[in-house]
Unconditional design. Structure first.
Length: 276
């Protein structure tokens, strides 16, 4: 269900998917100011990665959406939602494993100046996050999260009524959501990333691949026990929230969701068949 809500944020799935290499390139370029041939090689690898994903992963994601559609008309449970989350995590790991050699190869080409650029970018991101979240009151955080969740949910289910929004607000008010913990973990990842990238310049390619693999593993399984404990709580909480929202929807809203799911399956099938 969370996958469906995430997809709902993209109103033009086919257009957005085909543009992913360029979007990803410009996103990366904001962090690392690519020079000369670096940029061309990064673009080429991003297009290769998309071609692999188009053929290998889109059919699997479409099958997952079909399973969600089959259950969209009935009530659900947090356990069922979490089961879909596990399937989605497998798809993410497949993508990460495919991208890992490319990441390691490009990481070896980064200069000291580019790493300084990356560090300054991290500093700006952290300042923005502190302004946007850490300086908000608890009530303001709930208001902001409710707005985000409402926008995604309404693209999927259609208009939400006041009682549905009030129930969603109550869940968010009881939430274990912690911007401070999220911020601390992101800063840990940033420092870990910078430390690994700075060491790569003195390592051969095979050791660089091992170092990058370890870094990505720590992204998925943080060495910070406080973050891991919160992450487990947050995952269960998200599943409960999604299940409660779905169970509060009307037959018309569920049919709206089913149509969305069928539309996305059709789009993914067309994208998978559209080999460059």
């Amino acid at each position: 269900m969370s996958l469906a809500l995430a997809l709902a944020a993209c109103s033009t799935l086919k257009l957005g998917y085909n543009a992913l290499p360029e979007v990803a390139y410009w996103w990366l370029a904001r962090y690392v100011d690519f020079e000369g041939e670096q940029g061309r090689h990064v673009r080429e690898d991003l297009h290769r990665l998309l071609a692999w994903h188009r053929g290998a992963e889109l059919p699997r994601i479409a099958a997952l959406l079909q399973r969600i559609e089959q259950q969209a008309g009935a009530d659900t449970t947090a356990e069922r939602v979490c089961a879909f989350e596990g399937d989605l995590r497998e798809r993410f790991l497949a993508l990460r494993n495919q991208a890992e050699p490319m990441i390691a190869a490009h990481a070896l080409t980064l200069s000291a100046a580019q790493l300084q650029h990356l560090e300054r970018r991290y500093e700006r991101i952290n300042r923005d996050y502190e302004r946007d979240w850490l300086h908000l009151s608890a009530g303001e955080q709930v208001d902001k999260r409710l707005k985000q969740m409402r926008e995604r949910a309404e693209r999927f289910y259609g208009h939400l009524g006041e009682r549905q929004l009030a129930a969603l607000r109550q869940q968010l008010e009881r939430s274990a959501f912690s911007p401070a913990l999220f911020h601390a973990e992101r800063q840990r990842r940033q420092q870990d990333t910078l430390a690994v990238l700075r060491r790569l310049t003195a390592q051969p390619p095979e050791q660089a691949r091992t170092a990058v693999h370890g870094l990505l593993e720590r992204f998925g399984a943080s060495p910070d026990p406080a973050w891991r404990a919160w992450q487990q709580v947050a995952a269960q909480e998200t599943c409960r929230q999604v299940a409660a929202l779905h169970n509060a929807t009307t037959p018309e809203q569920r049919e709206h969701a089913a149509r969305r799911l069928r539309s996305w399956q059709h789009d993914l099938a067309e994208l998978a068949a559209d080999r460059p």
